[in-house]
Design a protein around this ligand. Sequence first.
Ligand code: FES
Length: 281
Amino acid sequence: MPFKILEKKELVPTIHLMEISAPQIANKAMPGQFIMLRIDEPGERIPLTIADFDREKGTITMIFQAVGKTTMKLSNLETGDELLDLIGPLGNPAHIEKFGTVVMVGGGVGVAPVFPQARAFTEAGNKVISIIGARSSNLLLWEDRMREVSDHIHITTDDGTKGHHGFVTDIVKKILEDKTAVDRVVAIGPPVMMRAVAGVTRPFNVKTIVSLNSIMVDGTGMCGACRVLVGNETKFACVDGPEFDAHLVDFTLLMNRLAMYQPEEKVALEKYKCDREGCIC
Ligand code: FES
């Protein structure tokens, strides 16, 4: 069954929003879960986190960055186009309960999956302190939506064009050093950022959860492509995660595995661009 794109827009340069009609997935989706999608018959399957869902409208929303061939191809679709297949919701929902004070950290496109969790933590009666960061102010995502679901919000930019000039970890550290009672930290973003957040919270012994974006093929526990090492045990991010205790994750292995197909991804992207733009190389 094809899945219709009801809305598609570029939120900030290279980062796109896509709302898709998928009533059965919307009906069961929970914060923290993801879908696997395929654009067309010869296309690869890619995982995307569900950034929002509307059970009444029967829609799910994904936010993605156009970085490789498939995400670039996805970004070139428009409202009214259809996707060949979509499966989900996959993965375990985020663990939401009343912990007390929860610090939500979102970096880059990672702000999108942080949003439904921040909303759910607020609805569960937590005090939510959000920290969202980007390289520059024009790449900041969903500041308005994050503000709506947070008690406090901090902005950081690497180049200082908005908020704190520096990294999200600087604010996490300051909050913990100020002796703010923090019961849980959730960090979603580039692996290097999640590793840095884990490094900051470890000495303070604050439970920290990260969502791992490992390479996936089937998303249902059969292929082993998404394997990660957590507490020296092999886990599959798709069925055991995607969320894990940040203090137990082997981030070096995660990053090495994510880089494994970079040469092939580069060639595929260049070929796609050439085919689309008709270059003569
Ligand atoms: S994606 Fe295949 S086992 Fe997780």
